[in-house]
Design a protein around this ligand. Structure first.
Ligand code: PLP
Length: 376
């Protein structure tokens, strides 16, 4: 027999999460998650799921019937889009301007698809002219994939223009909205987005581990017309839809993460109560406050003003400052988490998140005061 390990109950301190996610969770969302678990086919739960679907449709601004929350984090949402839509040998134009564009490329290649990569330097939005050239040069391409809000750099790309280009060249668009949903304008139907995924842990300020996903009718048609079965059983949307059909009848596919879905329902209710446009405006206002304070310390942004994400502020670490020492002091002395640089920006930048419930005046004030004290 292996002896039982000696452990204590895990009681984390209350941190203020101002990194790239997870973000601070609304107290009401944490409370919702601790409500009694019911069976995932319980009629009461099914009623809640019908509302949840309508709330996700609102957040995405879509009437797509295939709109669900994948029972896994944003990476599984990404995989859901690629694995269901792209078949071996199909060509995908993949825009890469940071870590997550590169992850898209890896998804395409693992499926046996052909990725045509359009690189834009880190810190810049996806270059629309380069994408147009790639579409022109690859008339056999079936998809255009890009990250709306690159969390690794803080750059916002022009999703509306990119999706219009995809349409013009007969491609379906696959859009990563993990960091953009709830934080900046995002209009799935109006912009003609075909497949989109997000994450619960960023501007929705929900517990991590769920990924809202939506497919347009054209994407559903593409899925139905597949010549090969989707190689992931769990992520195969044609199977999952039996559970999410929304017609009051749901059949077992996998055991839904019941309590996490209560949390998502509550966080999307908070978003609907505030109103999407108000939420976008709040993120922008808090970003302006933070920016004004950081600029007083001479701190510079990685991304040019026109394409800066309000919810993810990537800033250069001032010369001579010890990255790890500063972040440790913020965490230990102020219970404040800011993010390290990722990939090419590791050791060079900090990523300060103002996401969802975290995009508040008191968080901005705390972050500026703590940085002022720590940087001396
Ligand atoms: N895409 C982007 C833009 C992200 O920022 C992240 C996570 O930070 C992901 C995908 C992956 O999401 P997750 O970590 O929830 O799997």
């Amino acid at each position: 027999m292996i002896a039982a390990p000696q452990t204590n109950a895990f009681n984390p301190p209350r941190r203020i999460l101002m990194g790239p996610g997870p973000s601070d969770i609304y107290p009401e969302v944490l409370a919702a998650q601790s409500r009694p678990t019911v069976g995932h086919l319980d009629p009461l739960f099914i009623g809640m799921m019908d509302e949840l679907k309508a709330l996700i449709q609102y957040a995405f601004q879509t009437q797509n019937q295939m709109t669900i929350a994948v029972s896994a984090p944003g990476s599984a949402g990404m995989e859901t889009c690629f694995v269901n839509l792209v078949e071996p040998g199909e060509k995908v134009i993949v825009c890469r301007n940071g870590v997550f564009g590169e992850r898209m490329r890896q998804n395409v290649e693992r499926i046996g698809g052909v990725a045509v990569v359009v690189d834009t330097p880190w810190g810049e939005p996806v270059n629309v002219e380069d994408v147009q050239q790639a579409l022109e040069a690859n008339p056999d391409a079936k998809f255009l994939a890009f990250v709306h809000a690159e969390t690794s750099t803080g750059a916002l790309s022009d999703a509306k223009t990119l999706c219009a280009l995809a349409k013009k060249y007969g491609c379906l668009s696959i859009v990563d909205a993990v960091t953009s949903l709830g934080g900046v304008e995002l209009l799935v139907d109006e912009w003609g987005i075909d497949a989109i995924y997000s994450g619960s842990q960023k501007c929705l300020s929900c517990v991590p581990g769920l990924s809202p996903v939506s497919f347009s009718d054209a994407a559903v048609e593409k899925l139905k017309a597949r010549k090969t079965p989707v190689q992931s059983w769990f992520l195969d949307q044609s199977l999952v839809m039996g559970y999410w059909s929304g017609n009051g009848k749901r059949s077992y596919h996998h055991t839904a993460p019941v309590n996490a879905l209560y949390a998502l329902h509550e966080s999307l209710r908070k978003l609907a109560d505030e109103g999407l446009e108000n939420a976008w405006q709040r993120h922008s206002q808090m970003h302006q406050l933070l920016k004004a304070g950081l600029e007083k310390f001479g701190i510079k942004f990685v991304v040019a003003e026109a394409s800066r994400l309000p919810q993810l502020n990537a800033v250069y670490i001032p010369e001579g400052v010890d990255d790890v020492a500063v972040r440790s002091r913020l965490l230990n002395d102020y219970n404040l988490e800011i993010g390290a640089g990722l990939g090419d920006l590791a050791g060079k930048a900090w990523r300060i998140g103002l996401m969802g419930y975290g995009a508040r005046r008191e968080n901005v004030a705390l972050c500026l005061r703590a940085l002022e004290e720590v940087l001396g």
